[in-house]
Design a protein around this ligand. Structure first.
Ligand SMILES: [Fe+2]
Length: 263
């Protein structure tokens, strides 16, 4: 990977902003990187907004968040996510896997932006017989105020205790599932407009604090203020959302059963 540092003040990158090495690639067998890139015609802040967006996991990715927390500190913004499989949705990995393959049950993710445009997402897919780690890189650079180049790459760990072919096939299935999910985000970004003062509800998360964090990359270093970089933690209370979504999932299952029942 080649990292490019852009500083309008002309200073070199400070040592503490170095993007970390992903140590876990030394542990076990991983697929090769799969990279994609594309131009997205909107302002690149739209990508960043996803860091605090708990609800889109249900509506856009058809997953079911149960835990969601953000921590912003210095130049790093992190999202912690736990989710379970929705019982009214056939997960893509189950749809393409053999009928007797272990079922997908949920995912855990720790995704951090190291600066304004380079995210490392440690994403574990959990199956009945164990979890399948992966790493997703989500990076971009602005082209102008209304477009940016999106670059994303993925590696998946080949699981132990199975044949090399089965491990590779499983990793490829997981990889395809993750890329499909990522393209769901892309579809939203392509249709979003930069809004500086959105009207929020409680579960929308700390959008305004995230934007204070993000603003540190758009001012001279001397103008960076503590409100942009001080440690900030926020866990979204998912109780009300989980209750509503549980009812929605049950209703969807009931509707499917009614539709499938003989007249
Ligand atoms: Fe997303």
């Amino acid at each position: 990977m080649l990292f490019v540092w852009n500083d309008p003040e002309g200073n070199p990158p400070p040592a503490e902003v170095t993007i970390p090495v992903i140590e876990k690639f030394n542990d076990g067998e991983w697929t090769d990187w799969v990279w994609n890139q594309m131009v997205v015609d909107t302002n690149c802040r739209e990508v960043i907004d996803n860091v605090v967006d708990m609800a889109h996991f249900f509506y856009v990715h058809k997953s079911f968040p149960t835990y969601f927390k953000n921590v912003f500190e210095g130049h790093v913004a992190t999202q912690y996510f736990d989710g379970v499989q929705r019982e009214d949705v056939v997960h893509q990995q189950d749809a393409v896997a053999a009928a007797d393959a272990p079922k997908f049950i949920g995912s855990e993710s720790e995704a951090a932006y190291w600066g304004p445009s380079f995210m490392i997402d440690h994403l574990d897919h959990k199956f009945e017989d164990g979890s399948n780690p992966s790493v997703l890189i989500n990076a971009h650079y602005p082209i102008d105020n209304n477009s940016f180049m999106l670059i994303f790459g993925l590696r998946v760990k080949r699981r132990e205790g199975m044949t090399a072919e089965a491990a590779e096939a499983g990793a490829q299935r997981t990889g395809q599932g993750i890329l499909t999910g990522f393209m769901q985000d892309v579809e939203i970004w392509k249709n979003k407009t930069r809004i500086d003062n959105p009207l929020l509800c409680e579960e929308d998360g700390p959008v305004y604090q995230l934007r204070r964090w993000y603003q540190q990359f758009y001012v001279d270093v001397a103008d960076v203020t503590p409100e942009m970089t001080d440690r900030f933690e926020f866990e979204i209370d998912t109780t009300a959302a989980v209750k509503a979504w549980t009812a929605e999932v049950e209703q969807n299952i009931a509707l499917k059963e009614t539709a499938g029942a003989p007249a």
